[in-house]
Design a protein around this ligand. Sequence first.
Ligand SMILES: NC(=O)c1ccc[n+]([C@@H]2O[C@H](COP(=O)([O-])OP(=O)(O)OC[C@H]3O[C@@H](n4cnc5c(N)ncnc54)[C@H](O)[C@@H]3O)[C@@H](O)[C@H]2O)c1
Length: 330
Amino acid sequence: MLRVCVIGMGPIGNRHADIYRENPLAELVGVCDIDVERAEAASHRHSVPAYADATSMLAALKPDVCSITTGGYEYGSDHFAPTMQAFDAGCHVLGEKPISNSIAEAEAMVARARELRRAYGINLNHRFTPAAQIAKRWQDEGQLGHLLFVNMSMWIRNPAESSPYFHIKALHPHTVDVMRHFCGDVEAVQCFATKAPGRGIWSTAQFNLRFKNGVVGSLTGSYDIERGHPMERCEVAGTQGRFVIEDMWREATLYPAGILEKTVYTNPIFGGMRGFEDTFRNRIHRFLEQLTDGASPDEIDGSGEDGLAAQKVLDAAIHSLEEERVVYVR
Ligand SMILES: NC(=O)c1ccc[n+]([C@@H]2O[C@H](COP(=O)([O-])OP(=O)(O)OC[C@H]3O[C@@H](n4cnc5c(N)ncnc54)[C@H](O)[C@@H]3O)[C@@H](O)[C@H]2O)c1
């Protein structure tokens, strides 16, 4: 059983801790937050010791795995220090998205994991659903044929105005990861964005993408629309067929080219996904399962490298928006 600590006990850290506690592959052994009240509340909720300092906790408890669920500016500036501390203490790390709001810091974390041969996963939870797995199987079976295009969209309401690029950097690690999962690395990007009434940030954006394998794609995203109705859609098409995933896990439909019958997977009432929290459950379980099975750091699904690659696409999009041109992803 893997000994696990969680660093950063906001709503998301508590969700990780809840999930570790119910997972038979893990034992939650400690929680940490620099906010002493949050640390104490988490200790009470999860019945494990709380620490205000990550280094002390890592030295005292010697966990195998750390979830880093800090946030900060653009939801990503606080991940760096505790992630490096956890790697240096010998832990495998599952970090929250975005991997970081700084490409340089993301690169340093990925490099440290590689240097120390530690597993580094990012909570790119939207690809860890049965619907996404079935769609991937259709693709791997050749049912799409030669890949041609991808259309992705996602919208929620987030009124925070912390940074002009908050929506792009904090929401779209998810969508870019799903697109990369099916279509590979992105070569070039062009982005337009707009500000909803009353907003000072680029709260809605449209991206055009070209992938290294020649696939073309578009992504539409927004922080301006209340949840309630469907909020995410991924369509991938090739010469032999096309699939659409609705709302991450709700439904996946395969439309074979030239055949008038379609195949539909619908999330079942019994034994299916019960809500968004199950995307976290599946993702965390996969990380624990890979570690338990002895997967090498290079084999981790939804890895630090995937998190970094998504952030580089978003960085290119921001340059495109600022400079009104197509930008190649470096
Ligand atoms: N994967 C998803 O679907 C999803 C959904 C929502 C949020 N998130 C991500 O989860 C992260 C956390 O979100 P949240 O809403 O819980 O944030 P939050 O700001 O409420 O909580 C973060 C906590 O981390 C603590 N912290 C910061 N630096 C620390 C350090 N060095 N050591 C210990 N504690 C430290 C803060 O005091 C705070 O309590 C964000 O990165 C966000 O982007 C992911």
